[in-house]
Design a protein. Structure first.
Length: 245
């Protein structure tokens, strides 16, 4: 796959680059008894070539432009949602504790913990409120494109990066009739690390509104459009199912 992204770096100035990234994902999860918990392992391989349109930012080393990540992790999942596409109630939690090492197929070495949780609760017969928490924590030689970043609607990918990133977001969906519903959402996050501790990191906020159409009753799937405003831009998103994944 090829991605065209902006790297903002230490000064917050965008540097456009193309990322060629052949990828492989393999995982196996087993349910624990009759519970909603699953335990398993995951392997990710990512071979990347990064090409900047202009000069390479000084803080990025030459080896980072041609890098490979081979990472294996222990994964614990909990899923009690009533629907995987557009949930109305229930909880999803995933904890992923992993390590990237050269002997796993990469050429870089780092440790990481990824954790995320979504919770949905009906408010009467017409509304659903959702809460999202997301945390990514790393240590070691993480390539610049793989550093954790604040992931919110209205905030560009990689705009706010650090060794660690945390996000909290909420969303309210209100049904107008059997097919149509309105959505409002807001969230905040911080990216931080050794250079900028959590207390000094900028609190980035974003929010917006949207509309949904109940397109597939058997699947419980909604589609729609969101308009989100971040610190710098207003962005329009097409949504199929939940905006959280």
């Amino acid at each position: 796959m090829q991605l065209n992204l902006d790297y903002y770096g230490l000064r917050g100035t965008p540097h456009r680059f193309a990322l060629d990234a052949p990828a492989l994902l393999a995982q196996g999860l087993a349910r624990l008894g009759e519970s909603d918990w699953l335990l398993g392992a995951r392997y990710v391989y990512l071979g990347t070539t990064a090409r900047f349109e202009r000069d390479r930012p000084g803080e990025i080393s030459l080896p980072e432009l041609e890098s490979r990540i081979g990472r294996v992790s222990l994964v614990l999942d909990h899923d009690s949602r009533d629907n995987i596409f557009t949930p109305s109630q229930g909880t999803y939690v995933e904890i992923d504790i992993g390590a990237a090492r050269p002997r796993l197929g990469g050429n870089t070495s780092f440790d990481s913990i990824f954790a995320r949780a979504f919770h949905y609760r009906p408010l009467g017969s017409s509304a659903v409120i959702g809460f999202r928490g997301d945390g990514k924590f790393t240590r070691g030689e993480v390539p610049f494109y793989a550093l954790p970043f604040i992931m919110l609607r209205g905030v560009p990918a990689l705009r706010y990066q650090g060794q660690h990133a945390v996000v909290a977001e909420s969303e309210l969906r209100y049904g107008i009739d059997e097919r149509w519903s309105l959505v409002g959402f807001a969230g905040a996050g911080k990216a931080y690390g050794n250079a900028v501790p959590f207390a000094d990191a900028e609190a980035v906020t974003a929010g917006g509104v949207g509309v949904r159409y109940f397109i597939a009753r058997k699947l419980g799937m909604h589609i729609g459009v969101d308009v989100a405003r971040g610190p710098e831009d207003t962005v329009v998103y097409l949504q199929v199912g939940s905006a959280w994944n």
